[in-house]
Write a protein that binds this ligand. Structure first.
Ligand code: BGC
Length: 698
């Protein structure tokens, strides 16, 4: 299918790899040096285009390398990852919420919807595959990524890439070790080679293997060098070792520091305008300081991807009617339903059943309390902000679903007033948590206060904590619904409430999804993509305003398990309105060759009364490795639906190479012959897992 917006790059028939190469070469050979250099930077003129951006950032695509003479449309960027940032697109739940779905197929469908909306709005490039590892929940942009585990991050990022790239190019970001917000423009992250390879890079490699068209370099430094000019990260690892054929673009405005170093070390595109590239780069090429082949290689990478993607897509699906259409809104609702994590569901004092799903008697009263219940709260308002034209708040959603009872809303500005509202109700739902003011991208706009950035606290705001405690005293049927982008510490009040639900930032349809879950139309099935600690002491060292920091090998569940500590809620944890039983863990063979495949199966039964979805997790560890190792690490997972009484056998395979450690001396991956522990079950907690052993044999 010919795509008009791809100009002269469009073709009738799909091109072979060789034909793509040839076409890119032909175009390159027709370019003057100036035209080549123009390919390598954003087209934005600093002042003219920058001013409107302050008010409506990325409302239209941001372009780079448009060349009308040769019919090259250039890169047309839209940001993400919550959806398409341009115009008024579908606002999906944030990535952390989607990480909690552990649903690869769903993430690919979200990618598909994003790709359709991006293209319908004139973009050909989605910059929203954010896969930075969540090392510490205070990270302001935690919500933009999928969690703390490299395997989960890689699988979710790859799924989003697959979906998006049916329509437009995708970009994986921010490469690498970008997980402190307030210091992002200056911090030097020190990391040893094994930690880098095993903890912070595998998910980027996964997306490269998936064919992601582009990678965005991070703002920060790694081991002394800026990521936008990092020879080791960009040239040695990404391009040479991993064979990445796409282009590397800088993070915006502050991502480049030196013309020669960036060009020589593998940064192909400076965004969103030429500060260090443009005429400065041209002069260095003319003087022979930067060889012409460096520029040719960069331009080939940009052209290759554009030619590849000029052949991709389905024209019948693009147009204004596809943006925020019914199908995408219902996908956003499904994602929100699947992402909510039920953390606690006890029987209130004096009752016989767990509090959820709520059963309000006819003409009864449900008190809905908290400022966030009546506020569109879709997350950060920085570069990832999606301007949904309508957001279903918890109040909207619960009101729409309350047919035979009354909802009394109280904003809780006065805790005393809220207590009275709660006292007169059959049950209470209190919505608490964070907004873009507490966490998000950190930057200042002229004349407006600083908002977002790294979280200043990991507990709820004091007012929220006080409110929960006061309400719990007058009404034992209280459900706490938390909103936020990552883990929240709940120690001071958790034991006083019977039910607790993590709703994240649930997107445009979040209020409906919340009602679906609270009233039992949908059974919650999400599981935590990050550990919820008991205290900050359970976390690695984190400092928001810092020039230098060391990232060690351990964080999240790996750190807690190694140090023998128990979190409030473990990685992979989430309850359901039904119960599941795991049995019959079996291995096809307990001896697996170093180049072989571990084959595991397990039976899972829905032993309750309602249909439900379970996320089966497989972890592997070994205490016989030649190097210090975690007790266990996630290696496979699967989400499946089961009817009451139904039993299914789940099969999971893990290639031995995925159990390798990185040998620093030999600079290579090694699958160690040893005895390994296998764990399969409902969460990372030992009590939730069946276990077995197997041997890797040479
Ligand atoms: C962010 C990136 C984003 C870019 C363009 C930067 O400030 O770090 O994630 O893609 O802006 O919007």
């Amino acid at each position: 299918m010919v795509s008009e917006e791809w100009g002269k790059l469009a073709v009738e028939e799909p091109l072979s790899q060789d034909a793509i190469e040839k076409k890119a070469h032909d175009l390159l050979s027709q370019m003057t040096l100036k035209e080549k250099i123009n390919q390598m930077a954003g087209d934005l003129s600093r002042i003219l285009d920058g001013i409107p951006m302050l008010w409506a950032y990325n409302y239209r695509p941001m372009t780079a390398g448009e060349n009308k003479r040769l019919g090259i449309p250039g890169i047309r960027f839209t940001d993400g990852p919550r959806g398409v940032v341009m115009n008024h697109a579908t606002c999906f739940p944030v990535s952390m919420a989607r990480g909690a779905t552990w649903d690869i197929d769903l993430e690919e469908r979200i990618g598909d919807a994003i790709g359709v909306e991006a293209r319908s709005l004139g973009a050909n490039f989605f910059g929203g595959v954010c896969i930075n590892l969540l090392r510490h929940p205070a990270w302001g942009r935690a919500q933009e990524t999928y969690g703390e585990d490299p395997y989960l991050l890689g699988e979710m990022g790859a799924a989003l890439t697959r979906g998006v790239q049916r329509h437009v190019m995708a970009c994986a970001k921010h490469y690498a070790l970008n997980s402190i917000e307030n210091s992002r423009f200056k911090v030097n992250v020190k990391v040893d080679e094994r930690t880098l390879r095993e903890v912070y890079l595998p998910h980027f490699k996964r997306c490269v293997d998936e064919g992601v068209a582009s990678v965005m370099s991070a703002y920060n430094r790694v081991n002394g060098d800026w990521c936008g000019q990092h020879e080791y990260l960009l040239r040695t690892v990404l391009k040479e070792e991993w064979g990445f054929e796409g282009f590397v673009m800088s993070d915006f405005v502050y991502g480049v520091h030196d013309t020669k170093s960036s060009a020589m070390n593998g940064l192909d595109v400076e965004m969103p305008f030429a500060q260090y590239y443009g005429s400065k780069l041209r002069r260095l090429v003319e003087k022979g300081v930067v060889p012409g082949i460096v520029v040719d290689d960069a331009v080939m990478r940009i052209l290759r991807q554009q030619i590849r993607f000029a052949q991709v897509g389905d024209f019948r699906r693009y147009g204004p009617d596809s943006v925020a259409c019914e199908a995408h809104l219902s996908l956003a609702r499904e994602a929100a339903q699947k992402s909510m994590v039920l953390l606690k569901n006890d029987i209130p004092v004096g009752d016989e059943d767990p509090l959820l799903p709520l059963k309000i008697p006819g003409n009864g009263r449900l008190a809905l309390i908290g400022r966030l219940a009546d506020q569109p709260n879709t997350g950060d308002k920085g570069s990832s902000r999606v301007r949904a034209s309508h957001v279903v708040t918890p109040l909207d959603g619960l009101s729409a679903a309350a047919h035979n009872f009354v909802i009394t809303y109280d904003s809780a500005r006065s805790i005393d007033h809220a207590v009275e509202t709660a006292r007169q109700a059959e049950a209470v739902v209190v919505v608490v948590g964070y907004t873009y003011e507490d966490e998000g991208e950190y930057f200042t706009k002229p004349f407006s206060p600083v908002v977002g950035g790294d979280r200043q606290m990991l507990t709820l705001r004091p007012h929220d904590e006080e409110l929960i405690q006061a309400l719990a005293q007058v009404n034992p049927r209280i459900v706490v619904v938390m909103m936020g982008g990552s883990a929240i510490i709940t120690e001071s009040w958790r034991k006083q409430v019977p039910a607790l639900l993590m709703a994240w930032y649930p997107g445009t349809q979040g209020g409906h999804a919340l009602a679906d879950i609270l009233f039992g139309k949908v059974n919650p099935g999400g599981k935590l993509p990050c550990t919820f600690p008991r205290s900050e002491e359970q976390l690695p060292f984190f400092e928001s305003d810092v020039d230098e920091i060391i990232y060690g090998y351990y964080h999240g569940y790996r750190l807690l398990e190694k140090s023998g500590k128990t979190p409030a809620f473990p990685f992979g944890f989430g309850l359901s309105y039904t119960s599941f039983n795991y049995s019959n863990l079996r291995l096809e063979s307990t001896e697996v060759p170093v180049d072989g495949m571990l084959k595991v199966s397990v039976d899972i039964a829905n032993t309750g009364d309602v249909p439900g979805e379970e996320i089966v997790q497989l972890y592997v560890g070994s205490q016989e490795m030649p190097v210090d190792s975690p007790l266990k690490v996630l290696k496979a997972f699967q989400r499946l639906a089961l009817q009451p009484g139904e039993t299914r056998t789940v099969e999971m395979n893990v290639p031995s190479r995925n159990l390798a450690y990185y040998d620093v001396q030999q600079q290579t991956w090694i699958v160690a012959p040893a005895v390994y522990d296998l764990f399969v079950g409902a969460s990372s907690a030992a009590s939730d897992l069946l276990s077995s052993r197997f041997y890797i044999v040479s």
